[in-house]
Design a protein around this ligand. Structure first.
Ligand code: COA
Length: 260
């Protein structure tokens, strides 16, 4: 599939998905959001892709936000629809994807860019990165899950400060806050992410799918996370991956999981 604003490179069961609008600091316009949906859907259904790394092109930005030029003239109705549709096809979609997604934050991750990074399963950042939710400085609020996912990751007080001040934090502070798991130099970023992805790619794709589902369940007000975990735990016992994983352990060999 050919994409206008994305590039996909797949090697050793790891897909690197890059947003390629560097002249606009990889800002998320409607087209890019649609393409990201298609790309994630395609990679998730590819049984040979076990991990996805999401990053931005160029040395300056991961994603500098939703495309301000595109939504500046929206009505209330169109604004609400923008948030709803974006959540459905991209942000919630990524958060609930079966395939693990690592955000490789290589520069500015602002507004929708930070929201996208937060929808990924975890984040590794370069030391030049700057993160923030500057929406209130534009007269709007974060609309792609930022008011929910930021407090989940950093705590309510820190999230309130970031959202209300509209200011950016650097990578060091993001690490201290737990917003990113690791900070490395920009040169090391992709290698470190690939190394982590390689480790993950050896694990059972089916078990990882249920692990993601169970962790996410704990953050939904209308779902009992413990119940989800118990059910998913039971389901694992009926899978070929479980048979292979336990057999390999007992036979003292490396497991070779059948796949998604
Ligand atoms: N939407 C649309 N275009 C954006 C954008 C966004 N969120 N962020 C950056 N761009 C565009 C700029 O308009 C500029 O385009 P141009 O060259 O055609 O004028 C280009 O990307 C480069 O950005 P520029 O502002 O010149 O770079 P800078 O180094 O001076 O500043 C930022 C970098 C990230 C501080 C600045 O671009 C910025 O504040 N962006 C908006 C961040 C934001 O508020 N995001 C939340 C949106 S809800």
């Amino acid at each position: 599939m050919k994409f206008e604003n994305l590039d996909i490179q797949t090697q050793d069961r790891i897909a690197i998905l890059t947003i390629t609008r560097p002249s606009k600091l990889n800002a998320l316009n409607k087209e890019t959001i649609k393409e990201l949906h298609k790309a994630f859907e395609m990679l998730d259904s590819d049984k040979d892709v076990r991990v996805i790394i999401l990053t931005g092109s160029g040395e300056k930005a991961f994603v500098a936000g939703a495309d301000i030029a595109e939504f500046a003239k929206f009505s209330m109705k169109k604004g609400a629809r923008l948030a709803e549709k974006g959540q459905e096809i991209l942000f919630d979609f990524v958060e609930n994807l079966s395939t693990p997604v690592i955000a490789a934050i290589n520069g500015f991750a602002l507004g929708g860019g930070l929201e996208l990074a937060m929808a990924c399963h975890f984040r590794i950042s370069s030391d030049n990165a700057k993160m923030g939710l500057p929406e209130v400085s534009l007269g709007v609020i974060p609309g792609y899950g930022g008011t929910q996912r930021l407090p989940q990751l950093v705590g309510k007080g820190r999230a309130m400060e970031m959202i209300l001040s509209a200011s950016m934090i650097d990578a060091k502070k993001a690490l201290e806050y737990g917003l990113v798991n690791e900070v490395v130099t920009q040169e090391q970023l992709m290698e470190v992410c690939k190394k982590m992805a390689a480790k993950i790619s050896n694990n059972s794709p089916v078990a990882m799918r249920y692990a993601i589902k169970s962790v996410n369940a704990g953050f939904k007000y209308n779902i009992n996370g413990y119940k989800t975990e118990m059910e998913a735990f039971g389901i694992c016992f009926g899978t070929a991956d479980f048979k292979e994983g336990t057999t390999a352990f007992l036979e003292k060999r490396k497991a070779d999981f059948p796949g998604k």
